[in-house]
Design a protein around this ligand. Sequence first.
Ligand code: TRP
Length: 515
Amino acid sequence: MENERGSWGSNIGFLLAAIGSAVGLGNIWGFPYKMGKSGGFTFLLVYLALAVFVGFIIMMSELALGRKTGASVVGAYHAVSRKFKWIGWLAMLAPFLIMSFYSVLGGYCIEYMSLNLSNLAFSGAEVKTGSDLFGAMLTNPFGCAMFTILFLVVCLLIVKGGISGGIEKFNNIGMPALFIMLVIIIIRSLTLPGATEGLKFMFVPGYAVKAGFISEAPGLVTVLSTAGGQMFFSLSLAMGAMVTYGSYLDKKENLVKNSAVIVVADTLVALMAGVAVIPAAVANGIAQGIALSDIKLGGPSLLFVTLQDVFQAMGRVGPLFGVIFYLLVLIAAISSAISLMEVLVTFFLDRAKVKGRTGSRSKITLWVSVAILAEALLVAVDGLGSNGLWLPGQGGGATIAGWNDCWLDFMDCWSEGIMMPLGAMLMALMIGWEIKPKSTLEEINHGVAGSTSGLDAFYSVCIKFVVPVAMAFILAGQMISFFGEANSVVCYIISIVILFAFWVVALLGHSKKEN
Ligand code: TRP
């Protein structure tokens, strides 16, 4: 079995794994808060439009690219393109960087789960506030490092088992379990007094400003790029994950339907996570007499400060809900992390094969985990900046706003902020203008019964025009969020220049290409 490439045991197994990859921390702490802050229901409509015209298109393209070439992300781009073969490397570096903080955050989940477990076992122990706990955890680099290692070991054991024997098995149990736990948390959350305030924050357009959650509504441009960036991260796009998972998929499966299911399920879980988390956080904040603008509803502090306080305030059953909740988040984190790891493992496995060697999955997984651990330790020891570990770009008074706050932001800026939108823009230009949509559509239409002319036209227009332009916009937006509003003009210019430069490259490329 070791040298076999392997494949998914069933289409449903593939779907659960792909949904597992998509459903992650981004759904739980990113989406609900961004939706509330950026216009509630209106934001949801913008998000859905972007998901249909951009996310769905890229999802199909990535799965098709993987399945068509049956190769790792690096191999896949090499096989189809002359001008853009190097995008594969970008799509491999990004998941590697994401893993640096994803595994640390996964470690935090394990720590909080055990904490609630011990509160459950030894009720009556001294009660600490969420922010005290979080602060104590961050300033204990040794503890964070240990929990990061633990998280990575769990991922390693799953990925070592292979596609169907490890990843598929984990998701087959993990995803349904996650869903059930989410429903339990939703019921608890919605029955708390004051929960409707939270629902209004999330869904009613303009309520966030009117009720005083935030002081000022973001502008349309910010809303668009927030929705785009979130949609991308949430769907695990442009990071080789879907190319890799697609490369293990059987030819007879329907890529169009599969892509639609993944997009819908991911959005649904994001909404459900919002309903599970926001009403509880808001209700508890109100009960404690905290000003609405001071309730932290997003990012790490939502999970590890606000919600911990919610569970503490629930009395004796609190720790039980705490255990369920942090386990749920942990499963979401593991199922995403294993797909990121698999991108790297598949690459090394395929490379060994190309060189005529028999790659051992176990050995490769071990080395990949060690490499990830090396960079994750930087993030773990830094403790979101609390321990002030030196980082590039910091010091000397010259600040690069955004990225140099802490190691997590630094890694996030490069991966999510730059490589992800850039990779997707280049991919769209490659498919739309170099190798032509037809080449990808052949693969996409494989396994689809009946006429596909409507889909073909929709796909071609999106991949040629809509996606590249949207990506340029999202790239600019991401850069602005990291480098600051003050640099927004420069960010737009850079992004437009990149778009046109590579569009020209793609155009020049196609006439000569035939490999
Ligand atoms: N989608 C994951 C989330 O919502 C995170 C993520 C981003 C990811 N890019 C990825 C996961 C690539 C797997 C592969 O949290």
